[in-house]
Design a protein around this ligand. Sequence first.
Ligand code: 5GP
Length: 199
Amino acid sequence: MKTKPLFIVMSAPSGCGKSTLIDMLLQEYHDLVYSISCTTRAPRGEEEDGLDYHFKTKERFEELIAQDAFIEYAKVHDNYYGTLRAPIEEVLSEGNSMILDIDVQGAAKVRERVRALPNTDPLKIGYVDIFVNPPSMEELRARLERRGTDSREVIERRLANAEGEMARAGEYMFQVTNDDLGMCYKRLCDLIDALSGRM
Ligand code: 5GP
């Protein structure tokens, strides 16, 4: 079935299950491609170039900035992070869809860029942004504590960030709440199917 290629931007506070939801979508939708960011930071542990990130030198990254190659980029703690525009254009031109996992600030930059594109641009035609809400702040705290990977301080910081991000959820075209993983996933699938014309 021929479907409309989508450019999906997804954001969620950490601990909302966004990575799990994206992994589930990638397993199910074989025409969905995950956008791999570029960064100037060094690979950590088992991270692989072209899989976790496209690792770049600062010089190369700045060259790409000068060429306006990024749909958005940011400098975080002395390192650059960004999303190249060309791979998104390529995926959409092949009739497939791209999913971008990005924070609220990055999403706002992408949204602004897309808004300025001509109405005939495939990125604008296929654009959709989705915010994943936690069921509640109490449940988010419980999830972060259960995960056991973060110190108390980090958990408090993540919760404060989550509040700031949730305050901007209204900027997104769609919101889903991850109260129950299966139900939330189903709502995402229904949304993608409707937007891509699968049903
Ligand atoms: P890390 O170094 O831990 O992998 O990521 C650090 C931060 O960079 C995270 O908050 C992550 O969301 C952000 N980040 C990763 N890729 C991108 C990107 O393409 N654009 C922007 N703006 N931020 C990114």
